[in-house]
Ligand binder design. Sequence first.
Ligand SMILES: *[C@@H]1O[C@H](CO)[C@@H](O)[C@H](O)[C@H]1NC(C)=O
Length: 368
Amino acid sequence: MAKITAITTNMFPTLALLATLLFLSPSPSNAQYKPPLYVFGDSLYDDGMTLYNGVKGAGAEFWPYGETYFKKPSGRYSDGRLIPDFVAQFAGLPFLQPYLLPGIKDFTRGINFASAGACVLVELRPQTINLKRQVDYFVQMVQKLKQQVGEGTANQLLSEAVYLFNIAGNDYVNLLQKNVKKLPVSNFKRNQRINMVIGNLTTHIKTIYDQGGRKFAFQNLGPLGCMPSMKYMLNFKGTCAPEPQELAKLHNAKFAALAKRLQSQLPGFKYSIYDFYTSLYLRVIYGSSRYGFRESQTACCGSGSYNGDFTCQKKGYTFSVCSNPSEYLWFDAAHPTDKANQAFSKEFWSGGSSLVAPYNLQQLFAAK
Ligand SMILES: *[C@@H]1O[C@H](CO)[C@@H](O)[C@H](O)[C@H]1NC(C)=O
């Protein structure tokens, strides 16, 4: 009896203190959360999603992937980190978990939906996790987030979150691949592809907006013609093949116009476009003299001209791997090194308006 009384009297001050803390502290979403980061895209942003998709040989699962930073393959197509990894770090967030990783319980810091090979157009590569499937997963995740923290806090997190995209490169690589024997691609086919890609992108961005998303960040298409894999495919000898360059530029111009239009149509819609095209192009051209990449055309890992034959990590193929990836711009035939991704991420995060506009990522994260 005496013992029970003692416990009861001890509990009252604790409860009172707890109640005071609950009522006096600001709303929990302000106090305990940073704006989350939700990521969509292809292999440039895939941090392991593809490994859980059940398609054998589709992900970066063998040496030398991951050798520089993680010291083992992590599903990332690089020797180390990708742009979303650096962005998460700059934003004070942990590395994001890929959505299909079993057992995820926390959706408040962000999630990565990006997957290797992904296209915007669903019919192009049926075995990959295309953008539509990624956005479907996101809508499913919103329900899980609401179960985790309640509707009010979830809605606040969704509106403060940054939605980071790198997508559509594969839609154009696919167009060139299919027409490789009859280049140049006709104007009709070119415009048809661009219009369909932009049309579907519009739909997906609006779906995320309808779920409460407001802050969008886009990496524009890189100079596709400078990729070692593209030069190998087209049997092009030189710095950058002109036709893929033209396609990327046309897409980027149309996409910039779309983002502007969405900003005027959708209240509260804010965005950032990082000019990855120019940034990567300048590094290909002036890699050694200005940017510290001794080799900016041949990939560290692969075979064939420019190491552009995508044999890196492939069992049963002979490929070579460089001994110092930090001197290389390209780790494999289509993906930059950890060192290059770090440089891009710094520009995306805090670069001036000639590189990233109308906001840079730092401003976008801070925006209310
Ligand atoms: C989306 O892409 C499909 C092909 O996958 C196309 O038929 C459709 O017209 C596109 N939608 C828009 C709105 O452009």
